[in-house]
Design a protein around this ligand. Sequence first.
Ligand SMILES: [Zn+2]
Length: 281
Amino acid sequence: MDIFEEQIKELFLGTLNAHRMPHAVLIQGPNEQSRKEAADFLSRYAVCSSDNRPCGECKNCIKASLNGHSDIYTPKLSGKTNIISIEAIRELIKDASIIPNEADTKVFILYDVDKCMSPIVQNAFLKILEEPPQSTLFILTAESSSRMLPTILSRVQVFSLKNEVSVNEETDALAKEIINGILSPNEVSLLYATVKLNSRLKFKEVLLVVSEYLRLGLNKSVGATAQCNIASAIAKKLTKSRIISLIELTSKAILKAECNVNMALLCTWLCGEYRRISWHR
Ligand SMILES: [Zn+2]
């Protein structure tokens, strides 16, 4: 499970529901890659034909992830400066009035509209936002909404992405404490740390970060440059196969927490399993 994907899911799924999708959303955030990933995720969500969106397995999801879905459009950029021309917008407006081919929703993704859409083009685009056709979703991304027409902003649902990984300090500190506990010869430090995972929500949040650190440690142990001290420490103290087992265990624990298990028992079990994997000869 990818920490960023989890964040995106939380961001959208709290607000969206499959039967009440907005016609237009704007995803804004500082990181270009994150904006793109969030937009692509939402497009898969919109075309997926399963109840558990996006399932990643249905025909629509597979086509979308291969960039080959006939109901997901991105207007062509033109000129040296990669702008969306007024002609491209007119074309898009025409396309939007045609019903979807295979999915229930037709999706138009317009990346980085703050950079590639002039106010004149935004104005032309506004027409379709004022009277959006049935079963269409417009996904816009922007580094900042400040260069966009207020009339556009008033017609889109805005989602703001934080920095790449926006983990709060407390969560991050506890995740590090758990990693240090796993690496420490002293069993008590891990026990202290896992006891703090008392709520279901916190448990999942912290373990996603633990899993991310373990992954960085694994990358380091296969030769990547370490991105943080904790990754170096993991790679130094644990073998590759132990790190992989720890990652698997962490995912398993997150799944368990989603079921209605007793949290105190789950924490004790997790602590024991972490110790078993990291210290067993
Ligand atoms: Zn699907």
